[in-house]
Design a protein around this ligand. Structure first.
Ligand SMILES: NC(=O)c1ccc[n+]([C@@H]2O[C@H](COP(=O)([O-])OP(=O)(O)OC[C@H]3O[C@@H](n4cnc5c(N)ncnc54)[C@H](OP(=O)(O)O)[C@@H]3O)[C@@H](O)[C@H]2O)c1
Length: 275
């Protein structure tokens, strides 16, 4: 049976770059909300010799995710999920950010873990923003609500985000909280799905020169100076990182966050210590 790799947010950025590093025996299913972007990305992969398909899906809608999972199964055995769909602070209000980044990850992991078998892998894309929050804002009990009271979960996270002053800062807070949640949630899923032989890992990029990263560079640009080489990451570098984390030869990599940010989180910590 053909092996299928599903990539949300696969119409652009690091999701699409990850597809290009997948083994050629894999059927690639790209997903996102914009059909035209997906069609262009599928044509790009086809020109590189991949068998690729697209299906629109809004990951913040569970029914849409279920339809994506059903379509993926119709193509073959789903072995790989890279959940790269996401919205950044400049793109949306706090509630939309939490619904897409946090609940979208919950729907993807839950629905795909139901159809995946031993040897499967789910890679959830988080962010190094997950590491910038003050400890008092991180509340694991609040995160646990995502499993049984989604509306309360969203309301409480949005309330925390509103502690910030200004629209962009509020969305920024919501983004950091949503990504901190993704790191926590992926870890939790690793231990839940591990006994079934499904591996779960999160990967946290730093500032990467994708459409999203370029849009955020004005406000997130200070991170560049903290990275070891004082530069943004390249989309293809993150594509390769995602593909290698997903590679089945990396079978012992589970229940952790892979921080792929050119050293900027540690650079910033050292800077703060010296201050
Ligand atoms: N670039 C950075 O500096 C950076 C840093 C840290 C983390 N990240 C994370 O990396 C991931 C990939 O981002 P990127 O940099 O590659 O940016 P990107 O090119 O903007 O990719 C994000 C993709 O997500 C899709 N998407 C957005 N909302 C969606 C939804 N509700 N359902 C399904 N798909 C949705 C978008 O397509 P549609 O709009 O067509 O749906 C887009 O293709 C994101 O999760 C992002 O938060 C990025």
């Amino acid at each position: 049976m053909a092996k299928v790799c599903v990539i949300t947010g696969g119409g652009s950025g690091m999701g699409l770059e990850a597809a290009k590093f997948m083994p050629k025996d894999r059927i690639i299913l790209l997903s996102g909300r914009t059909e035209s972007k997906l069609q262009k990305a599928v044509a790009e992969l086809a020109a590189l010799g991949f068998e690729a398909y697209e299906k629109t899906c809004d990951t913040s809608n569970r029914e849409s995710v279920k339809a994506l999972a059903a379509y993926a199964v119709s193509l073959g055995k789903v072995t790989t999920v890279i959940n790269s769909a996401g919205l950044s602070p400049a793109m949306a209000d706090p509630e939309t950010i939490v619904r897409v980044n946090a609940l979208g990850t919950v729907y993807m992991n839950e629905e795909f873990s139901k159809i995946m078998k031993k040897g499967g892998v789910i890679v959830d894309v988080a962010s190094n923003s997950a590491y910038v929050l003050p400890k008092f804002l991180i509340n694991k009990k609040l995160y646990a609500l995502a499993d049984h009271d989604e509306e309360k979960f969203v309301k409480k996270i949005v309330k925390k985000a509103k502690l910030a002053k200004g629209d962009y800062q509020r969305s920024g807070f919501a983004y950091a909280l949503s990504k901190n949640f993704v790191v926590w949630y992926a870890k939790k899923c690793a231990f839940e799905y591990g006994p079934k032989g499904i591996r779960v890992v999160s990967l946290s990029p730093g500032l990467i020169a994708t459409d999203m990263g370029n849009l955020e560079a004005k406000d997130g640009g200070m991170l560049i100076g903290f990275s070891a080489e004082e530069r943004m990451g390249k989309p293809e570098e993150l594509g390769y990182a995602l593909a290698t984390v997903a590679d089945e030869r990396n079978g012992y990599l589970a229940g952790v966050d892979v921080l792929c940010d050119g050293g900027s989180t540690n650079g910033m910590r050292e800077f703060k210590k010296k201050k």
